[in-house]
Design a protein around this ligand. Structure first.
Ligand code: GRF
Length: 216
């Protein structure tokens, strides 16, 4: 059977990329292969992780679109599209990718782009309140500073979510999600580290589910 080919997009440490590499090498994701790793940062540690495991890895300089280009695909997105086609990617995994992808880019890959977000998002993706397993309503934090915002909100629980990417940031349908308790004395760093431990399992589970959906 043809392998299910991942394109993993990163911007930084790539610990979630590493979780995928480890799961594949450890036989926990049979039939799944990392076809390509792309980073918009030349010095991303994740690029070194990919190369250490002899995976194709590319630094793609990412130019912010001018206002006139914003509605269309900018040059970087066009290059990314070409790469994803060239490496025959089935599923695009945003694992710490810090650039917004345009609606026209996403339209080319319907239900084929997933993102890992370090906070709890509601099932449909939309809505401003999430109800935790013990019934506590908490605000939904989207965007860049979700870990810090959860800490500052003085709530007992946050977590992580893997969801399909839609043009609205951090608002697509949820694939899987897990809660993480906020401990007294947590800093943004300590909390994010605990969230990442959970994410390393979640991202593997999300890829497994996406592959299963593709087989049916
Ligand atoms: C993760 O916490 C993810 O939720 C967020 O960026 C972080 C990436 O971490 N979008 P890493 O680069 O995989 O270590």
């Amino acid at each position: 059977m043809k392998p299910f080919r991942l394109g993993v997009l990163i911007s930084g440490s790539g610990s979630n990329l590493q979780a995928l590499i480890d799961a594949i090498e450890g036989g926990q994701l049979p039939g799944v292969k990392i076809a390509l790793v792309v980073s918009n940062k030349a010095d991303a540690i994740g690029l070194q992780r990919a190369l250490r495991h002899k995976l194709p890895a590319i630094y793609l300089p990412w130019n912010r679109p001018t206002p006139a280009e914003a509605a269309e695909m900018a040059e970087s997105e066009a290059q990314l599209t070409a790469l994803l086609h060239l490496f025959q990617v089935d599923l695009i995994v945003l694992a710490g990718w810090m650039r917004i992808l345009s609606a026209s880019f996403l339209a080319q890959f319907p239900r084929r782009v997933i993102n890992l977000h370090p906070a709890l998002l509601p099932d449909s993706g939309t809505g401003e309140i999430y109800t935790t397993r013990d019934g506590t309503p908490i605000p939904v934090f989207r965007g860049l500073h979700a870990v810090r915002q959860a800490l500052q909100a003085n709530i007992p629980t946050t977590g992580s979510t893997v969801h399909y990417v839609t043009p609205t940031v951090d608002a697509g349908p949820v694939i899987c999600r897990e809660e993480v308790a906020i401990e007294p004395g947590d800093t943004e760093e300590s909390l994010h580290e605990r969230i990442k431990e959970v994410e390393h399992r979640l991202i593997v589970e999300a890829v497994r589910r996406c592959r299963k959906n593709k087989l049916h």
